[in-house]
Design a protein around this ligand. Sequence first.
Ligand code: ATP
Ligand code: MG
Length: 283
Amino acid sequence: MLKIAIQNKGRLGEESLSLLSRIGIEVDTTKRQYLSKASNFPIEMLNLRDDDIPGVVANDIAQLGIVGLNEVEEKGFDVKVLKNLGFGQCRLSLAIPKGDEYTGLEYFAGKRIATSYPNILTRFFKEKGVEIHPVVIAGSVEITPAAGMADAIFDIVSSGGTLISNGLKEVEVVMKSEAVLIGGNSLIDEDLKLLEEIEFRIESDSISRNKKYLLMNIPDESIEKAIEILPSMRSPTILPLAADGWSSIHSVVNASELWDKVRQLKAIGAEGILVLSVDKIIL
Ligand code: ATP
Ligand code: MG
């Protein structure tokens, strides 16, 4: 049976389950055991700490995994990154005390840098030819400069609020990360078919995310302009209304452009604009 390793709690746990549910893989989430089985798809979930996911996939205990790219890079196991999943976005950055003047990477020469990502950190500075002293710590990395344990830190940043509240400033982004689907190297044919199905569904889910379905009534003389405003997947659907001189236009737009489009459409006479969420887009 195909197994997928996901984080048992933490920042990626809920989102991983929600992705599986959006692609039609239902898991009983009331009992988060070590192993849980989907009710409607031949797959089992291994619920683990995120640190263990790359290794479990590399060793074929699970054939797939959902984990941050940062963990994949840090652990360095032989796994394939199959898909970016669009959640868990963060970056791995270097930060220094906010009162220090930053002079470029040379600033770090001979300095102690606290991190939970020693492999990525040392690889980065080796490539740059700058010698540093990593201080490996499992958590609370951001307090180490104030505690006198390190001169700088290398850690996960998303909003940057934690850095500021600890008197630090971000000076270099070393890598960007998000949750990714990873796979091992020994998938058998039967698993490959299921994997193809899973990838196809994830793709449909990610295309539909952040899309809105728009429908509205428009005077016939404005149809040409409306088509310019609304380039759709192929082109907008236009249906005549029972009322003479009016049509109904249907289209899909990016959520980020929605209000701009609505304003332009209203300006050319669109009325009764309905905005609907899109569940899935199958291209
Ligand atoms: P575990 O107990 O499973 O080892 P953890 O404490 O190592 O959990 P989390 O804090 O739950 O890990 O983070 C899991 C992953 O989520 C990180 O490896 C990273 O990819 C991503 N992540 C971490 N912090 C953030 C953040 N602030 N914003 C977005 N994503 C983040
Ligand atoms: Mg962890």
